[in-house]
Ligand binder design. Structure first.
Ligand SMILES: Nc1nc2c(ncn2[C@@H]2O[C@H](COP(=O)(O)OP(=O)(O)OP(=O)(O)O)[C@@H](O)[C@H]2O)c(=O)[nH]1
Ligand SMILES: [Mg+2]
Length: 201
């Protein structure tokens, strides 16, 4: 059991460089997006109860492809490259941003995006813009704060409030720590909700 969900199977299905390479299999998808180094890939490993299935790195810009992981034979969790990573060439950054945008707009099976922000930074201008852009596509967006272990209780409270205000959330964001494995139950509930809702429509 990881956070209230029994993980029976996890398979890495494919890494897509372009939207034409997306998996053919039709299963609902929840994608993870956020700036480079916020901990998307680490969180995915931890949520799926795997240590090294998803490649992570201390150096930003690790994930370059759209990686699809099939969970319990019933849905995909999707690891996206980081938003706005400065160290790749501008051309490559634009290609990645375009690929992400195309994916979000075209993926018919996408039922939600988990948008991660580092709790310490509580949302940068790029984050706010990206979330706005995402919301405009109509996809449900869940803003989640990562690396909860990096702040003390006071900062945690203040930064949750800041994130709530910046992104105009109706409630405080879920805070996760992949290091301490906290916040997973709440996050899984939201992921399963998004998957369930898409089933009903
Ligand atoms: N303290 C702490 N460190 C974390 C946590 N999650 C991730 N990290 C660290 O943050 C760094 C980046 O993690 P990744 O999971 O590779 O980040 P990413 O968002 O996938 O990065 P890109 O693939 O470049 O977009 C690694 O050094 C991780 O060990 C966490 O919950 N707590
Ligand atoms: Mg990554």
């Amino acid at each position: 059991m990881v956070g209230g969900v029994q993980i029976l199977s996890v398979e890495f299905v494919k890494g897509a460089v372009e939207v034409k390479d997306l998996p053919e299999e039709r299963l609902p998808q929840v994608a993870f997006l956020g700036r480079s180094n916020v901990g998307k890939s680490t969180l995915l490993n931890a949520l799926m109860g795997e240590k090294n299935l998803v490649k992570t790195s201390g150096t930003p810009g690790k994930t370059r492809e759209i990686n699809f992981f099939r969970v319990n034979e019933s849905f995909f969790l999707v690891d996206l490259p980081g938003v706005g990573y400065a160290k790749v060439s501008i051309k490559q950054r634009n290609v990645m941003a375009e690929t992400i945008r195309n994916y979000i707009e075209k993926a018919e099976d996408l039922c939600g995006v988990v948008y991660l922000v580092d709790i310490r930074h509580a949302g940068t201008a790029i984050d706010v813009l990206t979330v706005e852009e995402l919301r405009n596509t109509g996809v449900p967006v869940l803003v989640v704060a990562s690396k909860g272990d990096k702040v003390n209780q006071t900062e945690l409270r203040q930064n949750k409030k800041q994130i709530k205000e910046k992104f105009a959330l109706s409630e405080n964001p879920i805070v996760v720590s992949s290091l301490r494995q906290t916040g997973f139950d709440e996050l899984w509930i939201e992921i399963l909700n998004a998957l369930r809702k898409s089933n009903e429509t």
